[in-house]
Design a protein around this ligand. Structure first.
Ligand code: 5MM
Length: 338
């Protein structure tokens, strides 16, 4: 079982490949569709994800896709399961198993991610349905006096319990502690909070006997808050992110796959590329982007079947740029060439 975990974790960060996060919950996908004036119906959700999963050659750059419960069970119009469409192209299906970040009682402005109750049973079913990896996201908010140590500890503990349950079920856990970009804080504040949560998460993973070789970390980058007066440049983001990760993430972890967290598509690619250009990294550094991979394709699609080919080309381009960035080979020439 542990050999299988190690094999899958390494396959997810194969050179030049990363993960597509397409696990938007009902409220989130409704928000994304609203931005193109589309209602969130089961049929549109299916057709949108089908468009992404059948983009020609995207499997050259995408190793795995994180799915939402509905999508893992969903069939395309021709009756084929969406998860099988992925698996048949060598793309590994994954599943979001958390039940969302909910207000942490007694700690205003903070959340703890729920979903541990019954998780063992759900994981067994997800494995039957073909999921080989899973994702759980903790949300950390920076603000006046926030985050508290208590909220960080509660989230780190839940992440480790989830990871241990995944490995027991033969599923690779992606551990996602996300420090949000919302706010006016500077890069130094994001750095300090990111370091604090990562130290706590790895202490809890160790305490819960999680096999580091059979998991992946999905962190935020160390970046200025969206509303910061003087936002740090790309070189500094890359340097500080790698320095922080080197301090906190054991080299036994095979890969780190970033979330994009509200960065623009190109910004997320540039940051990933610069980090890989730094070299001398003990783990693979790649992507597990949601918005930064999908935003342009969603706009091109507009819910119209006539736009599918164009939207797929846009998505394939973004996937390729990030695949190249995961090797440190990205450039603006490449961005504008295809
Ligand atoms: C795709 O969005 C994921 C699901 O979010 P909700 O549970 O809130 O609907 C999200 O966890 C995502 O996987 C990560 O935040 C990374 O996505 P971004 O857009 O930040 O790269």
């Amino acid at each position: 079982m542990s050999q299988e975990l190690v094999t899958v974790a390494n396959a997810l960060v194969a050179r030049g490949k990363g993960i597509l996060a397409a696990d938007e919950s009902f409220p989130t996908i409704a928000k994304r569709f609203k931005s193109i004036g589309l209602e969130s119906t089961e049929e549109y959700r299916r057709d949108y994800r089908h468009m992404l999963f059948t983009a020609p050659d995207f499997s050259q750059y995408v190793s795995g896709v994180i799915l939402f419960d509905e999508t893992l069970r969903q069939k395309a119009a021709d009756g084929k399961r969406l998860a099988d469409i992925l698996a048949d192209q060598g793309v590994i299906p994954g599943i979001k198993v958390d039940a969302g970040a909910k207000p942490l009682a007694g700690f205003e402005g903070e959340t703890v991610t729920e979903g541990l109750d019954g998780l063992r049973g759900r994981l067994a079913e997800y494995r039957e349905l073909g999921a080989k990896f899973a994702k759980w996201r903790a949300v950390i908010n920076i603000g006046e006096g926030l985050p508290t140590r208590f909220a960080l500890e509660a989230n780190a503990h839940a992440l480790a319990r989830y990871a241990a349950l995944c490995q027991e079920a033969g599923i690779v856990p992606i551990v996602e502690p996300e420090v949000l970009m919302d706010g006016n804080h500077d890069l130094a504040r994001c750095q300090a909070v990111t370091e604090e949560i990562l130290v706590l998460v790895f202490a809890q993973l160790k305490a819960h006997n999680v096999l580091l070789e059979g998991m992946l970390l999905k962190p935020n980058m160390v970046i200025s808050g969206k509303g910061a007066a003087d936002r740090a440049g790309a070189e500094e983001v890359a340097k500080e992110t790698v320095a922080t990760l080197k301090r906190c993430v054991p080299s036994a972890v095979p890969g780190i796959v970033f979330l994009s967290g509200g960065q623009s598509s190109v910004e997320a690619t540039e940051h990933l590329d610069l980090m890989n250009k730094l070299g001398d990294l003990p783990w693979a550094l790649s992507f597990s982007y949601g918005r930064a991979l999908q935003e342009d394709a969603l706009k091109a699609w507009q819910g119209q079947s006539g736009n599918v080919a164009t939207a797929q080309a846009v998505f394939r381009h973004r996937a390729k740029m990030n695949g190249v960035a995961a090797t440190g080979g990205y450039s603006s020439q490449l961005e504008n060439a295809s």
